[in-house]
Ligand binder design. Sequence first.
Ligand SMILES: [Zn+2]
Length: 239
Amino acid sequence: MAFVVLASVSCGAQEQAASSTTAVPVPPASDPASETQTPVAVTPEPEPTGPPPFSSQVSRVTRDRLPHSWQPGCPVSYRDLRLVTLSYWGFDGKPHTGELVVRKTVTDDIVTVFEKLYDWRWPIRQMKLVDAYKADDYDSIDADNTSAFNCRRATGSSNWSNHAYGEAIDINPRENPYVTASGSTAHQNAKKFTKRPTKGKGVINPGDKVVKAFARVGWEWGGYWSGTKDYQHFSKGGG
Ligand SMILES: [Zn+2]
């Protein structure tokens, strides 16, 4: 019916005719296509704008981006680190852009996994460089911040952490705490998340697709350690 109407009226009536037959937005009157008097099939417009597709960018990281997390004497030069800027799905149900620093040899691993997480709408609280917390691991964890590189010793050890090599990442550390063999966590706000399996936004449980996605690129989960469990922690080759 719309075609008949369109063929018999001036362009001024087109908007009314189109809007009475479809819910599709009509091009503005200045659009040349709307000036025609020739009957035109009404083609549906694309769906309303959805979330943007996953995007990522890998770039060199300058020394001044890592004022606290890197110092001379660290086991990896900052020149061998990369800044990965990527999309993540927030706890607020919206897309966000986060930043991670990792070793240049593992950027593909990270992008591969985080593209899956984004496509799954798997929620992440926030993702800033640990330098936003002056490289204080406790403060970053308390803020539930997902981060990777940090030139520091392993918890309770004099050895470098895998984070010091840019080959480890901690994800939603409040929901996925470091839990001692006796079942305690240093973070008050994480106490309800010390047992697995458990439910909750951004929680990682044994066998989860998040764990499998990391395993496919050769990263092991700290939730599978015996004794102490580090449910937030994934690292290249384990450890
Ligand atoms: Zn970790």
